[in-house]
Design a protein around this ligand. Structure first.
Ligand code: E4P
Length: 218
């Protein structure tokens, strides 16, 4: 399973890219709003840092508007993927964009039937929001499991991005279930590195080394 970063913060992306584990980025209007910067500029910088799919979201709610915005965003870089909300107008836009060779990521997916519709329209990616389902007392990973199963049944090529990830456990569940990608906030990526035994192990190795070879320094 690939790891994407779910942020519009260029500094976070720069760090994660240096760590060598991130193969794509997803942004959304809320994440961009936090940055208080020009979206186009942000996307250009992200594309220079990560050589993989970079999702940029449209704001229009009608198909014509979505397609128009998507064409402009797609001009920024060949790696740009257009995030389109899960609506009838959205699937219409996805289909039209696919015919023009522009890849889409259908977002705000909360059920398997929605994911199936996105795939049928020709979406390159579909993003079920696991965390937001958990937030309202539903089982986000169960929805993800259904989508993986259905896409496998019919050899659907649309890639599944486990989104709205809240903690490393969600990443583990997504990988177990067979999602293609998990898009994680930077804080979750940092947590994925952490284990107290790793810290303790490093401390012990360094202490043992220091105690055994201290004399060499004098
Ligand atoms: C996915 O592409 C979205 O940007 C994101 O995962 C939404 O997550 P949230 O529920 O934490 O806002």
């Amino acid at each position: 399973m690939e790891i994407y970063l779910d942020t519009a913060n260029v500094e976070e992306i720069r760090k994660a890219a240096q760590w060598g584990v991130v193969s794509g980025v997803t942004t959304n209007p809320s994440l961009v709003a936090r940055e208080k910067r020009d979206y186009r500029e942000i996307l250009e910088e992200i594309c220079a840092l990560v050589d993989g799919p970079i999702s940029a979201e449209v704001l229009s709610l009608d198909a014509e508007g979505m397609v128009k915005e998507a064409r402009e965003l797609a001009k920024i870089h060949p790696n740009i993927v257009i995030k389109i909300p899960m609506l009838p107008a959205g699937t219409e836009a996805v289909k039209r964009l696919a015919e023009e060779g522009i890849r889409s990521n259908v977002t705000l997916v909360f059920s398997a039937p929605q994911a199936l519709l996105a795939a049928r329209a020709g979406a390159a990616f579909v993003s079920p929001f696991i965390g937001r389902l958990d937030d309202i007392g539903q089982d986000g990973t169960a929805v993800l499991a259904d989508i993986v199963q259905i896409f496998r049944n019919y050899q659907v090529e649309t890639k599944i991005i486990a989104a709205s990830i809240r903690h490393p456990w969600h990443v583990l569940e997504a990988a177990r279930l067979g999602a293609d990608i998990a898009t994680v906030p930077f804080a979750v990526l940092e947590k994925m590195y952490q284990h107290p035994l790793t810290d303790r192990g490093i401390e012990r190795f360094l202490n043992d080394w220091k105690n055994a070879f201290e004399y060499q320094k004098v």
